[in-house]
Design a protein around this ligand. Structure first.
Ligand SMILES: Cc1cc2nc3c(=O)[nH]c(=O)nc-3n(C[C@H](O)[C@H](O)[C@H](O)COP(=O)(O)O)c2cc1C
Length: 326
């Protein structure tokens, strides 16, 4: 397995870590759509340290994956140290630290977005990771204030001084979760303050238009995609290589490929339960009949999926961002 580069080149398009989504099957579909830089799902330091949960599947890397980053979440130096020791047994392109997750079960433990707000503790934890991990270390954080760049810059300065080799900035505060305006000017302030490292802009990119805007407004050439590629892996190729949106046949082939990859990872029963939300995302915003989305929530076998796919016809696609070529 060869790593082309541990850190993103100019214009890199990066697939965000997406908890509950970016497993090997997800990444393989994204890579068919044109994605090169990808993340595992976020892994919890305590689960890794105590070998609870499904760490092995979460961390599974495909033979063909030239670049794969791993992301760790946690707020206890001792657990982070033990988690790093576990990760050191594996091969990743870099290890990123999560300082932005707003979900209650993470924030309750003082991790993710809660840790991002607790700047001294965040830096102590990040230093521990830099010391214990064999990988290049980066961090992904949310802005701390949408009006004032100062607190975000203080956090970033501490991370860079401690050895961060890149920073991804999600331009929304934790209270906004995953929706609403993105504070481009705060991302831009970080980009300008730390010219020595790649700063990656994140938030709200789901089309060529929003991609051009985030690049122009932040000055960042590197962009991380998240909700915009959920059900739309073709967006990578559309943005980076001017590829065309999929035809209906290509769309069907991708959905089936994704689900069969999931079956190979989890077995049919578990895969089909998990595939319901995935198929739902592929159907979303393309003008398909609404009944198909309801049907996606009941998929139990690959046969069910084939039956659903056999009845997809292109509906009123005009006005949707997620086009299918006719
Ligand atoms: C379902 C879901 C899961 C996510 N999981 C993670 C995660 O594990 N780690 C992380 O740093 N961010 C996670 N995020 C946040 C995204 O990486 C990204 O920062 C956020 O969605 C903003 O980008 P967007 O507006 O382009 O979606 C998640 C977002 C969603 C919607």
């Amino acid at each position: 397995m060869s790593d082309l580069s541990p850190i993103y080149p100019d214009d890199a398009l990066i697939m965000a870590p997406l908890s509950g989504f970016t497993d090997l099957a997800y990444r393989r579909s994204a890579r068919k759509g044109g994605c090169r830089f990808a993340f595992t799902e976020m892994v919890d330091a305590a689960s890794l340290a105590y070998a609870n949960g499904n760490g092995e599947v979460l961390l599974k890397r495909g033979e063909e994956e030239d670049f794969l980053a791993v992301q760790l979440v946690g707020a206890e130096p001792e657990l982070l140290k033990r988690a790093c020791a576990k990760l050191n047994e594996k091969d990743f392109s870099l290890l990123d630290f999560n300082l932005g997750c707003p979900v209650p079960k993470v924030v309750r433990k003082g991790a993710g977005a809660a840790l991002g707000k607790n700047i001294d503790r965040a830096i102590e934890c990040f230093r521990c990771i830099v010391k214990e991990s064999k990988f290049v270390n980066t961090a992904k954080l949310r802005i701390l204030d949408e009006n004032d760049p100062a607190p975000t810059l203080t956090l970033c300065a501490g991370l860079v001084d401690s050895g961060a080799k890149a920073l991804t900035i999600h331009g929304r505060t934790a209270s906004h979760f995953y929706t609403g305006d993105v504070a481009f000017h705060i991302i831009k302030a970080v980009k300008e303050a730390f010219p020595q490292i790649p700063v990656i802009a994140n938030g709200g990119v789901n089309s060529k238009e929003s991609y051009d805007i985030i690049r122009r407004e932040t000055g960042c050439s590197r962009v991380m995609l998240a909700q915009g590629i959920m059900g739309n892996p073709w967006l990578f190729g559309e943005l980076s290589e001017n590829r065309q949106p999929p035809t209906l046949a290509e769309w069907k082939e991708m959905v089936r490929f994704h689900v069969t990859q999931m079956i190979a990872l989890y077995g049919e029963d578990s895969a089909m339960r998990q595939a319901r939300k995935i198929v739902h995302d592929y159907l979303k915003g393309r003008g398909f009949a609404a009944g198909l989305r309801a049907e996606a929530s009941t998929l139990s076998t690959l046969n069910d999926l084939d039956h659903l796919l056999s009845r997809t016809v292109i509906g009123a696609v005009s006005g949707t961002i997620r086009k299918i070529l006719i």
